[in-house]
Ligand binder design. Structure first.
Ligand SMILES: [Zn+2]
Length: 162
């Protein structure tokens, strides 16, 4: 058990994109020609928020908690993975998420019309209104710009009650 305190976590994730695969973020199916290659559903929003929560609790990373060579994590949805992350950290600490800020980087499609509903899904699971999900594109530069991958980063603030 940790003392009652506020902690910050930082998450990063990247998945290769492939034509014909589904692109799903927080259970929302995005109209896209390509989607992530992954053992799970490749939901970078869920993955970076989960990773940041684990980071805030000094609890390893999602690769350790959700190994990508196990059958129980095969095709696991982003929403389920995030819920399981909260269950995992709440086994040993009383954890309240205060805020989550997420940036997704993807060349196309543009995500602006999906961001509100992605924020709502996150807000429901994290039980806070203090959520921002925003998107950037790669300006045609680098792996993002060449549409080779999707990536995301997040910062999450949590309160731990000892
Ligand atoms: Zn991932």
């Amino acid at each position: 058990m940790l003392d009652s305190t506020i902690r910050i976590g930082h998450g990063w994730d990247r998945h290769q994109l492939e034509k014909g695969r589904a692109l799903v973020l927080m259970g929302i199916v995005i109209d896209s020609e390509h989607g992530p290659v992954a053992h799970s559903d490749g939901d970078v929003v869920s993955h970076v928020v989960s990773d940041a929560i684990l980071g805030a609790l000094s609890c390893g990373d999602i690769g350790k908690v959700f190994p990508d060579d196990k059958s129980w994590t095969k095709d696991i949805s982003g929403t389920e993975l995030l819920q399981k992350t909260l269950e995992h950290v709440r086994k040993t600490n009383k954890v309240k998420v205060i805020q989550a800020d997420v940036i997704v980087r993807l060349e196309e499609p543009r995500l602006s019309s999906y961001l509100g509903v992605i924020e709502e899904r996150l807000s429901l699971i994290l039980e806070t209104e203090n959520i921002r999900v925003t998107a950037r594109h790669g300006e045609g530069i680098g792996a993002i710009g060449r549409k080779e991958c999707i990536d995301a980063t997040s910062v999450v603030l949590v309160q731990i009650e000892g």
